[in-house]
Design a binder for this molecule. Structure first.
Ligand code: SF4
Ligand code: SF4
Length: 272
């Protein structure tokens, strides 16, 4: 078939909202895999990688970051409108990120402490995941995301199939790695039982507890996890804190953190 008659390559766009760029860097770090994909997909919009822009619509959009401004709440609807498929990548896009700690606090107080001129800051009182604003076709968790899982998502898209990303816990990966359980052996608090797999049980492999950077697994039993943390001697305030890191606003972690937040009002989900 002459080159002029070959089918156009599917187009990929990569978008940034409120985030640290770490998940986009994960994509750039997939150098070998990207070379393999280079002949199968056209990188049409990816400002972190290239100034060259191919105008939309796009076949696949990867979205990093959360919604923290009114402008971004408008922009994500425009991104959705011009994307056939939209996949969110990372803790910010899938749960609001570390910046969602504002959801449990007074944003004006935060701004007054962080910025010399808070009057210049225009921001929403909350940080929310992309799926709170538009329909999302798939969510890839992690802070940052795992390169192998990202390549699986891109490959699945090219093959028009559902990505094979298991929703089981870090504990499964930990057992497969042959690790000694840090909680059972040493009494170290570990969120592995409620955390989404994907990192290969990185922290327990170095004898450290998991702190949940991949967010909640499918159907996590967070109240049982909290019971175990209490049993290990963790005070109520620290139970709240352990659920409030990179995925503080992911619903199971948000709810469990609130349940142990002694300063939260009962009507907001705190202890009565
Ligand atoms: S160390 Fe953590 S992730 Fe590994 S089995 Fe124990 S609780 Fe699960
Ligand atoms: S905190 Fe948990 S999910 Fe994150 S890298 Fe460590 S073990 Fe993996």
């Amino acid at each position: 078939m002459p080159a002029s008659e070959t089918a156009p390559l599917p187009t990929l766009a990569v978008w940034k909202f409120a985030s640290c760029d770490g998940c986009q860097l994960t994509l750039l770090n997939c150098e070998d895999e990207l070379l393999a994909l280079a002949g199968k997909i056209q990188i049409a919009y990816f400002p972190e990688a290239t100034r060259a822009v191919v105008s939309g619509p796009y076949d696949l959009s990867l979205v990093e970051g959360s919604i923290t401004t009114a402008e971004d709440a408008t922009r994500i609807r425009e991104v959705r409108r011009m994307s056939r498929h939209l996949v969110t990548i990372g803790a910010c896009a899938t749960s609001g990120g570390i910046q969602a700690l504002r959801n449990f606090a007074d944003i004006d107080e935060f701004c007054s402490v962080v910025y010399a001129q808070p009057a210049y800051i225009e921001t929403l009182a909350t940080s929310t995941p992309i799926e709170a604003h538009v329909d999302v076709d798939f969510q890839l968790r992690g802070c940052p995301i795992d390169p192998g899982q990202l390549v699986e998502v891109l490959t699945a898209f090219l093959q028009s199939r559902t990505p094979r990303i298991p929703s089981y816990s870090v504990c499964i990966e930990c057992k497969r790695a042959g690790n000694v359980c840090v909680t059972v052996a040493h009494g170290t608090p570990c969120l592995g039982p409620v955390t989404h797999a994907g990192c290969g049980a990185l922290c327990p492999s170095y004898a450290r507890g998991c702190y949940g950077c991949f967010g909640p697994k499918g159907t996590p039993n967070t109240s049982s996890m909290a019971d175990r943390l209490h049993f290990l001697g963790m005070p109520e305030r620290d139970v709240t804190r352990i659920f409030r890191t990179f995925n503080a606003a992911a619903e199971p972690f948000r709810r469990e953190g609130l349940r142990h937040d002694e300063s939260a009002l009962p009507e907001r989900g705190g202890l009565p």
